[in-house]
Design a protein around this ligand. Structure first.
Ligand SMILES: *Cc1c(COP(=O)(O)O)cnc(C)c1O
Length: 371
């Protein structure tokens, strides 16, 4: 693919965007402009359609990075007397626990290792052991390692036990199949700058309409109040507080390209092909993926760092960046790793280019890859 002058970002957001998406930002929209507000409305309609959210769901956009939308959802939709179970297998799950703690919401952590998917049986056992639990806050794709959690099974379990389920689908939305019409999911959170390939700056919460309507006055924050944002938008068609106009315009363009590509199934196919090219190429260089293939999502891959004492992530990163590709540091606490993203407006040729640059960097730095 043809990129701008910048490097190819192999990171889970911000990521490489297309020229058409960047060009959509060359216009200054006013927040009162009816065409701008129709654009917001069309984006919300399209985001709902991607996960089969029909009339019983609504999409509420929220200014800020993905975490702002996660905090907005938890702080606006979880009542004061709730107890939230958080299956934890990585840094984004831990972040939800931290948000809940800050908000003064009771939480129960269910710990898994960071290469181990959340287990439906263990979640069910927690429901039985601790009947105070009212909610589950689940990360769909734990971006820390690139691990896929079994969302459909967890949603079915929550529906069966009458627990509310709030899903951080930040790095899976648009790339992996999600269907809220099957039941079990009450709220789903993602953002503009991940698999939808927009630029960062806007999150959104897809929420069951009846739950949102029953949530007036719950929010612990003024700015991050999902219910107020929704109510204000319904009344005025405008965002409450200054909208990220260029981000919205870029997301409109990115969604047009998303649907032209064939929507979620085709985006998923391209990412799987990127991921396969990455793992093949890196394995040929001697690298070893951290996760087992059956739990690896095609979004970001964690590799063991070389054991060679001359390896230093910063120097490695800089050598690869100078060749035009940006890698991502590891986020695991107990092993030395680094990560390479498969998402963004890139294809398998870009990935092969990145792998070649990694191979050359190792040679230049005189690092051998025995892991
Ligand atoms: C990217 C991401 C977030 C949000 O992170 P921000 O830095 O706020 O954009 C949340 N959860 C997951 C799983 C993510 O991948």
């Amino acid at each position: 693919m043809i990129h701008g002058n910048g490097p190819v970002l192999l990171t889970p957001g911000p990521l490489t965007t297309s020229a058409a998406t960047r060009e959509a930002m060359l216009y200054d929209w006013g927040s009162w402009d009816e065409a701008f507000n129709r654009m917001t409305k069309s984006i919300c309609r399209d985001l709902l359609a991607i996960v089969s959210g029909h009339d019983d769901f609504v999409c509420v956009p929220m200014q800020g990075s993905g975490t702002f939308a996660v905090e907005a959802a938890l702080g606006s939709l979880v009542p004061h007397d709730a107890v939230v179970l958080v299956p934890n297998n990585g840094a984004y799950c831990a972040r939800m626990l931290k948000i809940l703690e800050r908000l003064g919401i009771a939480a129960v952590e269910l710990k898994f290792h960071d290469d181990e998917p959340a287990s439906v049986a263990r979640i069910q056992a927690m429901f039985e052991r601790d009947p105070r639990i009212t909610h589950v806050a689940q990360v769909h794709l734990e971006t820390s390692a690139g691990l896929l959690n079994p969302l459909d099974e967890i949603a079915a379990l929550c529906a069966q036990h009458g627990k509310r389920l709030i899903v951080d689908a930040m790095s899976s939305f648009g790339a992996l199949p999600i269907d809220v019409s099957k039941g079990g999911i009450d709220a789903l959170i993602s953002a503009s700058g991940k698999c939808l390939e927009g630029v960062p700056g806007m999150g959104f919460v897809i929420v069951r309409r009846s739950l949102l309507e029953a949530s007036a006055g719950i929010a612990r924050s003024l700015a991050l109040d999902i219910h107020d944002q929704y109510a204000y938008m319904l009344k005025t068609t405008q965002w409450r507080f200054t909208p990220p106009t260029h981000v919205v315009a870029a997301l409109r363009a990115a969604l047009d390209q998303f649907f032209a590509e064939g929507g979620q199934p085709e985006r998923g196919t391209r990412y799987r092909s990127n991921c396969a090219a990455l793992i093949d190429g890196m394995t040929a260089l001697g690298f070893e993926p951290y996760l087992d293939a059956d739990v690896q999502a095609p979004v970001i891959v964690t590799f063991h760092a070389p054991r060679d004492t001359s390896y230093d992530f910063k120097r490695f990163y800089e050598a690869v960046r100078d060749a035009g590709y940006v890698l991502y540091p590891g986020k695991l606490t107990d092993v030395e790793t680094f990560r390479v993203g498969c998402i963004g407006a890139i294809d398998a040729d870009d990935i092969r280019g990145a792998v070649a640059a990694i191979g050359r960097a190792l040679q230049t730095l005189n690092v051998s890859v025995a892991t």
